[in-house]
Design a binder for this molecule. Structure first.
Ligand code: COS
Length: 379
């Protein structure tokens, strides 16, 4: 596998790096503290083409590949994982979902606005009683003429209070099990659709997460994505790609932790010298660097397979499982290297630790990734 990046890929990486340092870093601590959604930054991300990186330019996207997307995700998440997840959901779950499975009507009316950042998207699969066991969708969609009437609750929805368009999985035919689930594109102001309170989270606090409530919410039949009964397959296929995005987010957190630990260890003095001169610190840094590199390579491999049109779901699950595990480990090590300073907000690494944990949970827990990998091995 060749990882000599093209000029275009390097350019997007550099643009993301500069943007993250100049526009995201200065407010990251305060937004985390106050749980402020970065509306202005998200708007600028859209203007840079970072909200529709893989979307065909015909629909307002940047027309880049998954590798470019991964490189950008790493740079953004290295500075602020909240921006990483906002970007990831819009790109991997919503835009890719609509580009791959949306009708011409949906692409023309919705995808273009999402890819340019004029509108923001959300993906609603999880429910109070359907998290890992995602086939058990309790939200219902009953047909009434040219509409489906949605009733139910969705949980843990990223961009929940701020999105304009929501991809909602709901059971339209109870008799057919998961083959009776469909995906509906729901606009934010549709009557009968409201959201619950914003969750007060441990990490990624600058991204907004909430539940969604549907009470006799009428959605036009033409807003079905793919076709009736394909909603579960849609969610699974799209989540495979989403997991590469979350793996990249985790790589970003891990790399950010390593960078912070290197910087601090070269500045902090103890026992008459910089702590970077101590083997205890050096070995930690070396271990962190090996983990970051391995996670990045696994994530790029999954992205490269996807770009080649080959099967990638096992490799995506492996990349997410490994990258999220090492993100937590690297953030913990960075806190330890910082000592007391690692435990206070000013030095950022405590945020990396809080942010890292969610990568082991959303878009399929680590246990679900192991299930996916094992099933692929035993097939
Ligand atoms: N990629 C594509 N299709 C997949 C898939 C994958 N990774 N995993 C399962 N599927 C498909 C199967 O091929 C099957 O399709 P058909 O019935 O059309 O042949 C269907 O999904 C059901 O699969 P299965 O019978 O294996 O269902 P299970 O309930 O045993 O397991 C898991 C499904 C657990 C793999 C699924 O529910 C899952 O991924 N859960 C986690 C959901 C998740 O990531 N939630 C996060 C929400 S977004 S924050």
């Amino acid at each position: 596998m060749n990882f000599d990046f093209t000029e275009e890929q390097l350019m997007i990486q550099e643009t993301a790096r500069e943007f993250a340092q100049a526009e995201i870093a200065p407010t990251a601590i305060e937004r985390d503290k106050q749980a402020i959604f970065p509306a202005e930054i998200v708007k600028k991300l859209g203007e840079l083409g970072f909200l529709g990186i893989m979307v065909d330019p015909k629909y307002g996207g940047a027309g880049m590949d998954t590798i470019s997307y991964i490189l950008a995700m790493i740079e953004i998440s290295k500075v602020d994982a909240s921006l990483g997840v906002i970007m990831s959901v819009n790109n991997s779950l919503v835009c890719t979902g609509l580009q791959k499975y949306g009708s011409d009507y949906i692409k023309e009316n919705y995808l273009t606005k999402l890819a340019t950042g004029e509108k923001l998207g959300a993906f609603a699969l999880s429910e109070p009683e359907a998290g890992s066991d995602a086939t058990k969708q309790h939200t219902t969609a009953d047909r009434e003429g040219d509409y489906f009437v949605l009733n139910g609750i969705k949980n843990w929805i990223t961009n929940g209070t701020t999105a304009d368009y929501y991809l909602v999985m709901a059971t339209s035919d109870k008799e057919k099990g998961h083959h009776g689930i469909s995906t509906f594109l729901v606009e934010k102001d549709t009557p009968g659709f409201t959201h619950g309170k914003k969750e007060d989270k441990m990490g990624i606090r600058s991204s907004d997460t909430c539940s969604l409530l549907f009470e006799n919410c009428k959605v036009p039949t033409k807003n079905i994505v793919w076709e009736e009964g394909k909603g579960f397959n849609f969610a699974m296929n799209i989540l495979n790609g989403g997991r590469i995005g979350i793996a990249a987010q985790a790589v970003g957190i891990a790399e950010g932790s390593l960078d912070a630990a290197i910087k601090y260890s070269k500045e902090r003095k103890a026992f008459g010298t910089e702590i970077s001169n101590f083997q205890a610190i050096q070995f930690k840094l070396a271990d962190m660097a090996v983990k970051v590199d391995a996670a990045k390579l696994m994530t790029l491999r999954a992205a490269a397979l996807k770009d080649k049109g080959e099967k990638f779901y096992k490799e995506a699950a492996m990349a997410k499982l490994f990258s999220s595990t090492i993100a937590v480990e690297c953030a913990l090590d960075a806190v330890q290297i910082h000592g007391g300073y690692g435990y206070v907000r000013e030095y950022q690494v405590e945020r990396y630790l809080r942010d890292s944990k969610i990568t082991e949970i959303y878009e399929g827990t680590s246990e679900i990734q192991k299930m996916v990998i094992a099933r692929a091995l035993l097939r």
